[in-house]
Design a protein around this ligand. Sequence first.
Ligand SMILES: Cc1ncc(C[n+]2csc(CCOP(=O)(O)OP(=O)(O)O)c2C)c(N)n1
Ligand SMILES: [Mg+2]
Length: 401
Amino acid sequence: MSSPEQWTHPEPGAGPAATAAEPTPEQVIAGLRATTEGGADLTQLLTPEGERVASARFDPYVTDIDAEALRNLYRDMVLVRRADRESNAMQRQGQLGIWVPLLGQEAAQIGSGRALRPSDMAFPSYREHGVAWTRGVDFRELIGIFRCSDHGGWDFQHHGFHPYTIVIGNQVLNATGYAMGQKFEGKVGDDNGEATIVYFGDGATSQGDVHEGFVWSAVYDAPVVFFCQNNQWAISEPTERQSRLPLYQRARGYGFPGIRVDGNDVLACLAVTRWALDECRHGNGPVLIEAFTYRMDAHTTTDDPTRYRLSDELEEWKLKDPIERVRAHLARGGGADQEFFDKIDAEADSFAAELRDFVFNMPDPPPERIFENVYAEPSPVLEAQRREYLSYLEGFAGSEH
Ligand SMILES: Cc1ncc(C[n+]2csc(CCOP(=O)(O)OP(=O)(O)O)c2C)c(N)n1
Ligand SMILES: [Mg+2]
């Protein structure tokens, strides 16, 4: 019992399937393996030790990634991780209402995000701070959501990056519709074609919205890349208890390609996503990518993962850290020296300090702000509610609260 397949398809007599309520001890052990091994079909270009693996199929998609480009990917990941850790700490200090950590998923997000062109459109869920970074959405623009002072105010058309979606899987429908629009408007068909990418988690694959998105995109050949970050957990529910099959294999049932990539390998994520986007640009979409990765921190700052998962798992994944393998590769091949790594660390520190300073000095929005941007046209009902709310607040004038 060492592959994900075997976890969900136990040997005859080995006990109930993984979907039963109480797993057997053998299933628990196999489940642990399933969450740390990607299986034979895992596409990888950089091993956890930082060694380059040749791939006849995917090397052509990263011929431009020289040492300098790899240093840039490394920098992206370090800065994003540093901002993530700082934000987590600021939540603990009461400066943010909640934080959704991306720790461990930097390669999946930076690799796929850097594969996009400005004309492409990305639909995130709520953990995609790394993709936001690649789309030019500054952390300062998205942190207001977590300070509960705005709903995400960036210009999504300008950035090609939609607002965050908390309703699990819902953005898959939005992305499918958007991609169908790209198709109807004749924006696919050659190298200059447009494409859409949508991010969702392993748990989201159990949602009806995702299924519907798969069906519609398949029927309409919509140019959409379904980028599933399988971080092994949907809060406290492990992936192997949500699916009998590795997730990428589900694509087959819908009639489009599915591929599993090492989500901790930034180079492989870049190559595989470029390939998938290319398929879409040329009208051969959709494509499902399962980025096999791991959520190294809690689901959100409201969660305590020690309640439901074994620490062995985390220890195993630490050895597959997405940043360390690029660092090892660069250092070993002479692509970067200590001075470079020190410079990036210093830049990350000042990046985090600026973010902290920004958050601490963020003005609270006026209470009437909640009534703005609700509808495109003025609404008399909403206006009446606004007036009523403001006069209610006036009743507190002069009091402490
Ligand atoms: C429709 C819906 N159901 C339930 C929830 C509560 N919820 C928030 S996150 C989450 C788990 C999602 O897991 P996954 O899709 O694997 O994404 P991850 O958080 O691991 O990135 C759930 C059930 C929700 N936000 N929306
Ligand atoms: Mg998950």
